[in-house]
Design a protein around this ligand. Structure first.
Ligand SMILES: Cc1cn([C@H]2C[C@H](O)[C@@H](COP(=O)(O)OP(=O)(O)O[C@H]3O[C@@H](C)C(=O)[C@@H](O)[C@H]3O)O2)c(=O)[nH]c1=O
Length: 175
């Protein structure tokens, strides 16, 4: 099986491992395949590079431009975070964190805010279920809800001025 999929403590957030096929040339891996990961129809693929300590997030897009994100790193190591912002959800305001290294992926479904800290210089790639829509972009403060990051955080001005979840505009509901 090229992918193995396990639920996390928030069952809709999935930890996925993909298989590498090494040989004398290096290795080959499938990062996404619709028949193996049918919960995602890819509409956009993104890449970002972050220096050690950088925190990006916590970001989401409002409906109808809500994005699910399949997140991995090509190089480096990140602490990835998915925060449940679905009003009425039994895990509303709770979050999952996982260290993501090459070979691992986190599925952050629609209805979750997403962020990460680069634990070393990292190249992050993520596949999204809808396209970018700046008008629908919203964010939650990266230190809200008791969230703590392992390294001193390097954050841009936009992310420093995000509101707490309690004041963030949000049109998600559960189920
Ligand atoms: C997210 C995004 C940004 N951009 C542009 C806008 C801006 O000029 C520049 C940098 O954008 P940002 O500051 O929003 O980049 P960044 O802070 O890396 O935003 C990303 O953070 C992580 C945590 C996510 O979950 C992503 O969905 C996305 O929100 O790139 C696009 O053209 N397309 C996109 O899809």
């Amino acid at each position: 099986m090229p992918f193995s999929i396990s639920p996390t403590e928030i069952p809709e957030v999935l930890l996925i491992t993909y298989q590498r096929f090494p040989d004398e040339r290096g290795y080959f891996a499938e990062l996404y395949k619709s028949s193996s990961l049918p919960f995602l129809e890819v509409r956009q693929v993104n890449m970002s590079f972050s220096r050690k300590g950088v925190v990006r997030g916590l970001h989401y897009q409002l409906k109808p431009f809500e994005q699910g994100k399949l997140v991995t790193v090509l190089q480096g190591r990140i602490l990835d975070l998915a925060l449940d912002i679905r009003l009425g959800s039994p895990t509303y305001g709770k979050f999952v964190t996982r260290e993501i290294t090459p070979g691992l992926m986190l599925w952050v479904p629609p209805g979750f805010a997403h962020g990460f800290q680069a634990l070393e210089e990292s190249t992050v790639v993520y596949f999204t279920s809808k396209e970018y829509s700046p008008a629908h972009e919203r964010c939650v403060h990266y230190l809200d809800l008791g969230i703590r990051w392992p390294l001193d955080a390097i954050v841009n001005r936009k992310d420093s001025s995000c509101p707490p979840l309690s004041q963030a505009e949000n049109n998600f509901s559960y189920p």
